[in-house]
Design a protein around this ligand. Sequence first.
Ligand SMILES: [Zn+2]
Length: 549
Amino acid sequence: MTILPDLSDLVVEQVSVTNDVTVTVHAARPMASCPCCGTSSQRVHSHYIRTLRDLPASGRSVHLNVRVRRFFCQERTCPQKIFAERFPSLTLPRVKFTLRLQEALREMGFELGCEAGARLGKRLSYPGSPDTILRLVKQTQLPLVSSPRVVGIDDWSWKRGLRYGTLICNLENNRPLDVLPDRSVQTVSAWFEKRPSVEIVSRDRSSEYAAAISKGAPQALQVADVWHVGKNLRESVQTLLARCRAEIRRALHVQAMTKQEREEREPEPEEEKRPARSRSEQQAHLARRAQKLDRYEQVIELHDQGHRVADIASRVGISGRTVQRWLRNGSFPEARRRRRRPSLIDPYERYVLQWWHEGNRNGLQLYRALRAQGYKGSPKAMYNYLATLRAPRADSSRSAPSRPRERKSVLSSPAPLENFSAQRATWLFLCQPEKLNETQQEELTLLRQASPSAETAYRLAQAFMQMIREHTGHQLDTWLGEVEASYLPELKSFAKGIQQDKAAVLAGLTLPWSQGPVEGHVNRLKLIKRSMYGRAKLPLLRQRVLRSA
Ligand SMILES: [Zn+2]
């Protein structure tokens, strides 16, 4: 009985071991109960052999030959005249596998998916086709969820950019609640209609989810994820600083210039003739263009003064190759339209930032943690991303091909704002001031003094970041009023976005809930989906996501 534990109601007749193990057993009890009327009977009608597969033993497949008796039913009124005895602790009627083998295959299905589960099973002598495993996984009853009170909702892509599904989590215990096939108002609101217990819903800033929640759960308070709001602020500030590059860079010389000179210097950027961009996209594009144009003019100016390429590069803060290309072209190089390619690290951004801000710097550890969550990118891509988090230095990531220090430079070392980049400046603007070192503080002070727009933007950005950090949403109205009075178009357009979703942003700035846990589960879902080689169907995916959490 060592290979058949827990089956004390069976008697082993014979064990034969060849490549496989075959065990012949029969029931220990002399009688059996009729499955139809429950009357027990001892009158045996006949026997037959039922073969079952069981868990492997020491790497060998195990076959059970069960000698099954057929009995006459003793109850005369029973429609079942003859019945076969059953073995409820061993298996179910009409199934070829023992219960414990089914349980093992089900676990393989949940962990690995059907195809991979069946492949591994085959190597370990567990029988079971992908279809069998799929059926076992689908049959599994998931524990019923009690009425959720606080939930988070986010989307995930079936096919990048084409088709999206929805994942809903319980934020009070961080467990996934459901996986929906799409993100339409109809589907999502229907889900909420069936769950009137929901009081709070955390979501991203999509208007589609906002509409669905309003329709399906009008009683619920919607909370916009402040992490996304903070990201929008960062983008607005960066656009603003890029637009102000010329103003900031020339601040140091500005007193030396006559007013007329100043007016001549700023040619209006030409109107772009390109298909529809959203207003903010267009604004960001124009700001980037202004920053580039200013760099271009700076390059030409330094070149005309007879400086060498490498010196110009280090002074302007771009690569030597770019300087050469610009000089060769002889005119301002208009940007080709370029779409930012989505990076594999995007979905983990929040996780990485949190890790970074907790003071962790062990890249290998981070890489392993990301892999475990399903990150498929290279370590190099991850380190590149980390490099953007590092306290910015004037020449980081933009190394000129020559090392200016070794050559004797004609130029004096660059003035502090000569190689200004909006990205770096934005980092300084949004960072908690007490986390900056002395050099960074000096650079920040210079930036703020160089441009009144920058100074206003700095105060407003810091005030907003403080609301995020300290959950002081009650100051939002005052803040919006100050933005309105600031005449900074980038921040006004950011504020306009908030106005359109104000109640939810206010809740986000006041309550502790966030999308972080939902994003974690979305990443897990993607990992599971990938393990299904693109053949994921919703029912199986849903079972695996909800079960393995
Ligand atoms: Zn009966």
